[in-house]
Design a protein around this ligand. Structure first.
Ligand code: AN0
Ligand code: CP
Length: 315
């Protein structure tokens, strides 16, 4: 594997999950692969888990990680070609990218949807420039439309906890005060369908994911009905795709609470974190023994380590 930006970069995701579970049992078994190799992790947006788990994964593989927060200490970057740079941006992405590439063997990039233009976001204008101009493998640490390291960790977690071969996995929209990207639900839907699970998406009208990401998931606008018989509830907020970037609802009737969890098949609760308590999910549900949010975050080390291992093996 050269670049990792989507489930499509993994030929057999179920085999990759098994490989990640093997790595979890023997995390320091591949240190020779990363000797004298450097990974630069570039953040255009905030992060707790991705920043720590990806560094930990690189360290477990014997690599040297370097972290750069572009907006804190680096020059402000212009991303549009052809702009007369007489404003507050000091450097162009077209120089910055190959310079960064010259200092490392792998680049990780976090660059969220900007919600300025749906076309620009869905064309992955920033991430694709890294792929085109860096000269090294690029790993998405959440780009405009996908967060594949998260969805990979989610599948690892479901495989560890599932009680039936083909669980019913429900992706539920939940309210949030700010407009959030569709990257997490897009990737989750894509990975869960690739895994062959029974995938249901529940959301208010107007929150439908892009057709390429909704795929063949069952869409159920009645959240209670969607929860019936579920084995896993995956809550997440996202802003509208059709009314791009808009908040159409903050209805707390969609908050995941104990009454709704009682409709399920004793489902586990999942969320990628960071989560706003009592908006997305009640204290009671997130603190319950069925909450997987901590093991799910812990598995981010092993999704990242599996991806980096495969990239290192193909260098
Ligand atoms: C981001 C999002 O929803 O895409 C990152 C989640 C991993 N969340 C927030 O900005 C709160
Ligand atoms: N889940 C996740 O990616 O968390 P961070 O935004 O803290 O990295």
């Amino acid at each position: 594997m050269r670049h990792f930006t989507s489930v499509k970069d993994i030929i057999d995701p179920n085999a990759a999950v098994q490989e990640a579970l093997e790595i979890k049992k023997n995390p320091y078994g591949y240190q020779h692969l990363g000797k004298n190799k450097t990974m630069i992790l570039l953040f255009f947006n905030s992060s707790l888990r991705t920043r720590l788990s990806t560094q930990k994964a690189a360290l477990n593989l014997g690599m040297n990680p370097i972290v750069l927060d572009v907006n804190q200490g680096a020059w402000k970057l212009e991303t549009e070609r052809g702009v007369i740079m007489d404003g507050n941006k000091t450097e162009h992405l077209l120089e910055a990218i190959p310079v960064i590439g010259s200092y490392c063997d792998i680049i990780g990039v976090r660059s969220f949807a900007r919600f300025e233009s749906r076309e620009d976001d869905y064309q992955e204008k920033i991430l694709s420039q890294f792929i085109q101009y860096s000269g090294v493998p690029v790993v998405s640490m959440e780009a405009a439309t996908r967060h594949p390291l998260q969805a990979f960790a989610d599948q690892i977690t479901i495989e560890e906890y599932k009680k039936v071969k083909r669980p019913k996995v429900v992706l539920s929209w939940a309210p949030h005060p700010l407009a959030l990207p569709q990257a997490v639900p897009n990737s989750f839907s894509e990975w869960m369908q690739a895994a062959g699970y029974d995938v249901v998406i529940t959301q208010p009208e107007g929150y439908e994911l892009a057709p390429e990401f909704a795929g063949t998931a069952t869409i159920e606008y009645d959240q209670d009905k969607a929860f019936e018989g579920a084995d896993f509830i995956y809550a997440k907020n996202w802003a509208s795709y059709s009314h791009y970037g808009e908040i159409l609802s903050k209805d707390r009737a969609w908050t995941v609470d104990s009454r709704k969890m009682a409709l399920t098949n004793n489902a586990y609760f999942m969320h990628c974190l960071p989560v706003r308590r009592n908006m997305i999910v009640t204290d009671e549900v997130i603190e319950s023994p069925m909450s997987l949010v901590i093991p799910e975050a812990a598995n981010r080390v092993f999704s990242a380590q599996c991806v980096l291992k495969r990239i290192l093996e193909s260098l």
